[in-house]
Design a protein around this ligand. Structure first.
Ligand SMILES: NC(=O)c1ccc[n+]([C@@H]2O[C@H](COP(=O)([O-])OP(=O)(O)OC[C@H]3O[C@@H](n4cnc5c(N)ncnc54)[C@H](OP(=O)(O)O)[C@@H]3O)[C@@H](O)[C@H]2O)c1
Length: 276
């Protein structure tokens, strides 16, 4: 979801080269095909293209899949970022690693800062945190961005926003968790922010999320209102009563004070993202 949106956003001012494993058929930029689990072509792609920046959007980002396939999760969420960060450090290429708000256990009252100690609750967040740590170790100039975002994906099935729009459009009832707090950012705002961080040559760990904390239920209601859909179809529910197997943290409110201070401006508002 982030990869294609970021690539299209970056195309406005940069040359873009994409790497995917076969879905992109007619992208308006050069695309190499590679499966990171089964090939080790990535170094030759880097050496043949010599990019200035690499932004690693590849991951096993589905929490339930990570619980089922922990080895795959480790390869994609920890080992791949380690390999890319090492390659970038050796070649003086600026690197961004995408991490997650879910590295925290959610027990804090109030917003988490970059100084708070992570305590991941499942395979996904554990492997993402290990990815963060190894990237920081092998490439201190890298940017590590803990994100959470919404928007449109290629198959229209990837994001929470799409989940609400698709189901409510079909008149289906859905659950909205009242006890999971997060800070969603529109994927285009995230893409622009990451590019700005590269341009400003920032490095280190940043929380790159929206400025407003809300429950997943509230998010669904705002999406429904925006798209003229029936918010009454959204059933307020506790995540503890859901059938999801991977544990979810209750409070993923992240402070963006460090980000806005270092960028020198406020982070775009949630509602302007919803308008986009
Ligand atoms: N979505 C969120 O709100 C959110 C929240 C926190 C953190 N993040 C992080 O943000 C980053 C981007 O997330 P996303 O939502 O854009 O995830 P996504 O839609 O699942 O995209 C992951 C990408 O990785 C690719 N990939 C997976 N396995 C691969 C392999 N073996 N070889 C090559 N490519 C492979 C996928 O390719 P296919 O399309 O072929 O499957 C897909 O394009 C991830 O690091 C994720 O952990 C996302």
């Amino acid at each position: 979801m982030l990869g294609i949106n970021l690539a299209l956003e970056a195309l406005r001012g940069h040359e873009v080269i994409g790497v995917d494993r076969g879905k992109l058929k007619s992208a308006p930029f050069q695309v190499f095909h590679a499966d990171f689990l089964h090939t080790n072509e990535i170094l030759s792609i880097i050496d043949s293209t010599r990019p200035d920046w690499i932004i690693n959007c590849a991951a096993l980002a589905n929490l339930e899949e990570c619980e089922k396939h922990p080895d795959q999760a480790k390869m994609l969420n920890t080992n791949l970022p380690a390999e890319l960060a090492t390659a970038c450090a050796k070649r003086n290429i600026k690197f961004i690693h995408l991490s997650t708000d879910a590295v925290f256990n959610g027990e804090k009252e109030g917003a988490y800062t970059e100084d708070d100690e992570p305590n991941p609750q499942g395979v996904y967040s554990q492997t993402k945190l290990e990815g963060e740590r190894v990237v920081q170790e092998v490439n201190p100039q890298a940017i590590i961005a803990r994100v959470n975002f919404f928007g449109w994906s290629l198959g229209s099935r990837r994001s929470l926003g799409e989940f609400f729009v698709n189901n409510l459009s079909e008149g289906k009832n859905v659950n909205g968790f009242t006890d999971v707090i997060f800070c969603p950012m529109w994927v285009n705002h995230l893409s622009r922010t990451l590019l700005e961080m590269l341009e400003k040559n920032l490095h280190g760990l940043y929380h790159v999320v929206g400025a407003r904390a809300m429950s997943k239920y509230q998010f669904g209601v705002e999406v429904a209102r925006k798209f003229g859909l029936r918010e009454s179809l959204i059933e307020p529910q506790s995540v503890e009563r859901s059938t999801l197997t991977a544990r979810r943290s209750h409070n993923l409110w992240l402070s963006i004070h460090k980000l806005s201070t270092d960028l020198g401006h406020v982070v775009p508002d949630f509602s302007t993202g919803l308008d986009g």
